[in-house]
Design a protein around this ligand. Structure first.
Ligand code: UD1
Length: 367
C-alpha cells in the first residue's frame, strides 16, 4: 500500500481485562508505515498485580500518557477519564481512537472521541447480556452506538448490532483478540509456575474467580456462592486468586472464615494465571474473559451469573451459565464432572484476530 500521510492512532486501556486485548492489536499495526501509535493508560486499575505487571508480561510499550484516574463511583471514574482524555485528544489530534472491551474507561474515552468528531474503533463490539443492571452492558451499548468501526468477536455480536440498527459497513467480524494473546503465551504456561504458589496436582483442582458487584457486594449472594464453593472444595482443591474488591468485601462481611479449605492467593500475573487455568480440572467464575479462555483451553467452566454476553462459549464451548444459588452451582459442578466438554473452538478464535483488525483499521485510515 502507498501511504500518503502520517496518521495517529490513540489506543486506550485502563483495567486488567483491557491489556491482553490491546497488546496484539498494537503489535499487528506496528509494521504499518506512516502510522503513529500512542498508548493511553487511564489508570482505572493501578495495583501492580492488576496493571503494571501486565504491561511487562504482555510486552506492551510504556504508556505515552498516564491519566491516573484510580477508583471512584461510576460517575466519578467516567468523568475523570473524560476530562483527562479530552486534553490528550487536543494535544495529539488522533485520526482514530481505539477502545477495547466494556469497562468504564472504554465508554468514557468513546464519549470524548465522538464529541470531538474523532473516528472510533471498538474491539469486542456487539456483545450483549441484555441485562442493564450490569454496568458493563451500559458501557457496551453506548460505545457501540458511537463507534465507526465495530470489530466483533463472533456472529451473535453482528446480529445484536444489526438489530440495534448498525449499518453493515460499520460491522467487521474479526474474531477474538483475547485468544490471540492466550495462544501466544500458552507455551509459557508451565505447571511448575503454579506449584510455587499452591500445592495442587496437575489437572485435579478447580479455579475460582469472583469480582462482579452483583455477586460480591451483597453478603447473602456472596455467602450462597461460598457455600457452594465449600462443597466443591470438599471434593477437589479450589484455588482462588482474590480480586481487590472481593478481598475488601470478604473482610467487611466477615466471610473470610467461610473459606477455610480454599487456597487463597493474591491476583496473579497473566502467565501465572494462564498456567493455573490451563492445568485445571474446572473453572468457576463471574468474569467475561475467563468464559472465553476456558472455551479456548477446552476446560469446563461454570459461570456464576444469571446470563452471559458471550453465548458462543455455551453453544460452541465449555461454558455453563449456572447462576448464583448454592444448589444450582453444586448441580452444575456435578454435571460438569460427569459430562465431556466439547473441544470445538468458535469461528475465528484462531490467534489472528488482531491481523484482521489491523487490515480493517489500515483500510479505514487510508480509504
Ligand atoms: C472493572 C470493570 C469490570 C472488569 C473488572 C476486571 C467497570 C465498570 N468494571 O471492575 O468490567 O471485569 O474491572 O477486574 O469498569 N481496586 C484496587 N486496586 C486496583 C483496582 C481496583 O484495590 O488496581 C479495588 C478498589 O477498591 C476499587 C475496586 O477494586 O474500588 C473496584 O475497582 P473498579 O475499577 O471500580 O472495578 P472492578 O470491580 O475492578
Amino acid at each position: 500500500m502507498t501511504v500518503t500521510s502520517v496518521k495517529t492512532v490513540l489506543h486506550v486501556v485502563g483495567a486488567r481485562p483491557n491489556f491482553m486485548k490491546i497488546a496484539p492489536v498494537m503489535r499487528a499495526l506496528e509494521p504499518v508505515s506512516g502510522l503513529r501509535q500512542l498508548l493511553v493508560n487511564t489508570g482505572q486499575h493501578y495495583d501492580d498485580s492488576m496493571a503494571g505487571g501486565f504491561f511487562r508480561e504482555l510486552e506492551l510499550p510504556r504508556p505515552d500518557e498516564d491519566l491516573g484516574v484510580g477508583s471512584g463511583s461510576h460517575a466519578v471514574q467516567t468523568a475523570k477519564v473524560m476530562v483527562a482524555f479530552e486534553e490528550i485528544c487536543l494535544r495529539h489530534h488522533p485520526d482514530l481512537v481505539v477502545v477495547v472491551g466494556d469497562v468504564n474507561s472504554t465508554m468514557a474515552a468513546s464519549l470524548v472521541a465522538a464529541k470531538m468528531v474523532i473516528a472510533l474503533a471498538h474491539v469486542e463490539a456487539g456483545l450483549r447480556s441484555f441485562d442493564r443492571t450490569m454496568p458493563e452492558e451500559i458501557n457496551r451499548v453506548v460505545t457501540d452506538r458511537l463507534s465507526d468501526l465495530l470489530l466483533t468477536p463472533s456472529r451473535d455480536a453482528n446480529e445484536n448490532l444489526r438489530r440495534e440498527g448498525a449499518s453493515d459497513d460499520r460491522i467487521h467480524l474479526v474474531g477474538n483478540v483475547m485468544i490471540d494473546t492466550l495462544l501466544r503465551h500458552l507455551s509459557l504456561a508451565d505447571f511448575g509456575r503454579i506449584r510455587s504458589h499452591v500445592p495442587v496436582v496437575d489437572g485435579s483442582y478447580a479455579v475460582l474467580t469472583l469480582h462482579r458487584p452483583s455477586n460480591v457486594d451483597q453478603p447473602e449472594t456472596l455467602r450462597g456462592i461460598l457455600e457452594a464453593v465449600r462443597v466443591v472444595a470438599s471434593q477437589m482443591p479450589v484455588v482462588f486468586p482474590v480480586h481487590p474488591r472481593t478481598r475488601n468485601r470478604l473482610r467487611e462481611f466477615e466471610l473470610d472464615r467461610e473459606l477455610a479449605g480454599v487456597l487463597l492467593t493474591d491476583p496473579m500475573g497473566y502467565i501465572d494465571f494462564l498456567s493455573l487455568t490451563s492445568h485445571a480440572r474446572l473453572i468457576l467464575t463471574d468474569s467475561g474473559g475467563l468464559q472465553e479462555e476456558s472455551t479456548a483451553l477446552g476446560i469446563p467452566c461454570l459461570t456464576l451469573r444469571e446470563n452471559t454476553e458471550r453465548p458462543v462459549t455455551v453453544t460452541d464451548g465449555t461454558n455453563r451459565v449456572v447462576g448464583t444459588r448454592t444448589a444450582d452451582i453444586v448441580n452444575g459442578f456435578t454435571q460438569a464432572l460427569t459430562s465431556h466438554a466439547p473441544k470445538r473452538t468458535p469461528e475465528l478464535w484462531d490467534g489472528h484476530a488482531a491481523d484482521r483488525i489491523g487490515r480493517v483499521i489500515t483500510d479505514f485510515l487510508w480509504r
